[in-house]
Design a protein around this ligand. Sequence first.
Ligand code: NAD
Ligand code: TYD
Length: 339
Amino acid sequence: MKIIVTGGAGFIGGNFVHYMMNKYKDYKIICLDALTYAGNMETLESVQDNPNFKFYKADIADRNAVYEIFEKEKPNIIVNFAAESHVDRSIDNPSIFLQTNVLGTGVLMDACRKYGIDRYHQVSTDEVYGDLPLDRPDLFFTETTPLHTSSPYSASKASADLLVQAYHRTFKLPVTISRCSNNYGPYHFPEKLIPLMIANALADKELPVYGKGENVRDWLYVEDHCSAIDLIIHKGRVGEVYNIGGHNEKTNLEVVKIILKELNKSESLIKYVTDRPGHDMRYAIDPTKIHSELGWLPATKFEDGIKKTIQWYLDNKSWWQNIINGEYKKYYDLHYKGR
Ligand code: NAD
Ligand code: TYD
């Protein structure tokens, strides 16, 4: 079995590479990543010499480069994590989100058609459903909730989902799509909420909370996302969408306070800052379909996952400090170029 993992030097893709290489010792894992600001080869350091692992620095929107890799590797499965993923960046500069998330997905689809594959899996997000009101805790996103996007990021992800479904219907491409809630865990880039708050609290810096901190996210430990994708690519029904989430809803303020408590830091570090434009209020997943069809359940509760995550950031300071000081950008040239 040969799997191309795009975006494997990022947060979730990196965790997925580790998860799959640990679980399936005979699988070949090919990572294709452009190494944007969010890609970090240090995340893949422990597998870089494994003969079952290979890395290509390439842009998913670069048709020639992608075709060349497909031609050479003849993969069975593609799991597409590669994306511009930060909502705040999509508000500052939407166009790169269209380029990578929409056009890049289109190039991968074309490569799958041209070379033939057993499965293309699109890693999508619950943000394609828009948001839910805070005063309706009875509402959850199901796979049939209409797409209703808020940010350029979520609009680009929804567009990609539609393209993937169109290639299934029109060209019979064997696809699946998963829409997951917010992830947290090791290797999370320290500009996203949880790692940013951990890093700032450790440095006794202010913790910037948007608005009143009352927005709700449904947090999933990253390994649980990996186990769900593993099930979908092996047992999921072609053409289907699966929501992934585990009923771990928390307001941003609750999350920040838990982190401060775990680190024994004062809540006076919290600083309320200008809200994000168009800020989604609440995301909440109904995971009934993936549970009943594939037997998936999340293994890690937020209370345990956040402790593990904080411990990981304490034990791996050089990983995130190298991002903050920019050193991580040198890793590829130092250890990888010319391989
Ligand atoms: P990330 O930003 O940490 O990683 C993205 C990776 O993609 C990086 O390694 C980057 O170098 C690479 N990349 C970016 N543009 C590329 C391009 N044009 N060609 C090749 N590689 C490129 O993102 P993440 O948080 O790991 O998210 C991975 C996927 O999961 C995304 O598709 C995202 O939409 C989805 N998702 C994320 C979350 C979350 O909470 N982080 C939740 C649900 C879904
Ligand atoms: P983020 O990690 O950017 O994920 P997403 O926007 O995809 O949900 O943000 C999670 C929540 O935390 C979101 O409601 C915005 C909020 N947030 C802050 O309050 N302060 C911050 O500095 C950041 C990065 C996010």
